[in-house]
Design a protein around this ligand. Structure first.
Ligand code: UDX
Length: 444
């Protein structure tokens, strides 16, 4: 099939590349001509494992093209995917200006019947707005072309996006047209074995809602567990044991119940807020979802509060070695990362930061922490330790899982670790001579 993917951000680029890998003829469109020029030469603007090689391979195979010319691409197009950003507006709702601008252009340029797919995460009711916007342009042109608007939300995890796309748990297709559903099923067929077709077809609004509910449910699990961790700590229980105790119940399961410094990233914070706004706009006050966000905001600072409890509020003369800046391992993404909040709080109190992250240091330097003065970046985790009073672990990168603890003891001024991701066993740490602080269990 001939596909146009509009928006070469994270979702658009991964989706376009994976569709090309399945033999479709894909053109990825973006208004950023510099980005498009780079992509034509295989320069990938984001870090995502495995993406670069498939992009290059498909450029070579002539299945993947990059362009700024939407009009030209729509001349030969069966399905157009809208994959532009939906940033959070000031009131917490998703801002649809880019999505609707693209819809307008589709209406201006389309020359034959078309399926238009909302791939961006958009509030319930957006497909109707996209439809109305396209129809208005067609009316202005005085032309009668048939089109359907389909909701096909993405469920990609950063760091695993390629495998999530190539081997999906499910593909949700929301459409009020049988014909469009049939074509979308065909498009996704190669991603499944005959016996395991995991396409779930439903109406448009339910599909739009499914995306928000999946993310809000996962965020709820995390905030629930973080709240339990805080209670465990006060009453003298160990959340790590409680986690295993409850996870063994197959109805609960082990995933997404790891306590930590709170969830971050581009999806959970934005989607939880947007779902709240949607409910409120319809006169419903979603208590639980509001609490999920409130608990998470507080959780981001639990580790900073432990530090304050130990050293007091004046941190002048103290230096902390931070291991991990990205919101989770496997990505350079720092959007809503706990590290931003913790580092800002500690430096405001006078502390100096030595930071290391395997991938996110450029993001930190040039964007998320560019205003922070008292921070120095190092090219290895051990280099951060010299002259530091304690190590603070904020992202569970694999290379932090079993470090050389003797080296830590040798380099740190005192053997103290604040662990925002519960990576080590506290009894072992005590045996090794560390003062070890974690989430959800009192220091022994
Ligand atoms: C998420 C969804 O998983 C994905 O389906 C959706 O399309 C986009 O949002 P992503 O943002 O890449 O993907 O991150 P994910 O791996 O889901 O983790 C989100 C956050 O939750 C991270 O900050 C992570 O550290 C945190 N988390 C996760 C926990 O604190 N505890 C857990 O048990 C699991």
């Amino acid at each position: 099939m001939n596909l146009t993917i509009i928006g070469t951000g994270y979702v658009g680029l991964v989706s376009g590349t994976c569709f090309a890998e399945m033999g479709n003829n894909v053109t990825c469109i973006d208004i950023d001509s510099k980005k498009i020029e780079g992509l034509k030469n295989g320069i990938i603007p984001i870090y995502e494992p495995g993406l670069e090689s498939i992009v290059k391979q498909n450029i070579k195979n002539k299945t993947l093209h990059f362009s700024t010319d939407l009009k030209d691409s729509l001349k030969k197009c069966d399905i157009a995917f809208i994959a532009v950003g939906t940033p959070m507006g000031q009131d917490g709702s998703a801002d649809l200006k880019y999505v609707l601008q693209v819809a307008k252009e589709i209406g201006e340029y389309m020359t034959s019947s078309l399926i238009v797919v909302d791939k961006s995460t958009v509030p319930v009711g957006t497909a109707d707005k996209v439809k109305a916007t396209i129809q208005k342009e067609l009316d202005n042109r005085n032309i009668d072309l048939s089109f359907d608007v389909v909701s096909n939300p993405e469920f990609l995890k950063e760091g695993d996006a390629i495998s999530d796309f190539m081997k999906p748990d499910r593909v949700v297709i929301g459409s009020n047209s049988e014909e469009a559903t049939k074509i979308m099923r065909q498009l996704y067929k190669p991603f499944f074995r005959v016996t395991t077709d995991r396409v779930i077809a439903m109406d448009v609004r339910s599909a739009e809602m499914t995306k928000y509910v999946a993310n809000a449910m996962l965020a709820t699990k995390i905030s629930f567990m973080n709240e339990i961790a805080n209670i465990c700590e006060i009453i003298g229980a160990d959340v790590n044991k409680v986690r295993i105790g409850i996870g063994s119940d197959s109805r609960i399961g082990y995933s997404f119940i790891y306590p930590g410094s709170g969830y971050g990233g581009s999806c959970f914070p934005k989607d939880v807020k947007a779902l709240q706004r949607t409910a409120q706009e319809h006169g419903y006050s979603p208590k639980l979802i509001e609490a999920v966000e409130e608990v998470n905001d507080k959780q981001k600072l639990v580790i900073a509060n432990k530090i304050i409890e130990k050293y007091g509020t004046d941190l002048k003369g103290k230096t902390f070695a931070i291991w991990g800046l990205s919101f989770k391992p496997g990505t350079d993404d720092m959007r809503e990362a706990p590290a931003i909040y913790i580092i800002k709080k500690l430096t405001e109190m006078g502390a100096k930061i030595h930071a290391y992250d395997p991938k996110a240091m450029d993001e930190a330097k040039h964007f998320y922490l560019k205003d922070v003065k008292n921070i120095e970046y190092f090219s290895s985790k051990y280099e951060t330790l010299k002259n530091s009073d304690a190590m603070i672990l904020l992202t569970e990168w694999k290379e932090f899982r079993s470090p050389d603890f003797e080296e830590l003891k040798l380099q740190l001024k005192e053997p103290i670790i604040f662990d925002g991701r519960n990576q080590y066993n506290d009894e072992l740490m005590k045996g090794r001579g560390f003062e070890y602080y974690q989430i959800g269990k009192k220091t022994i």
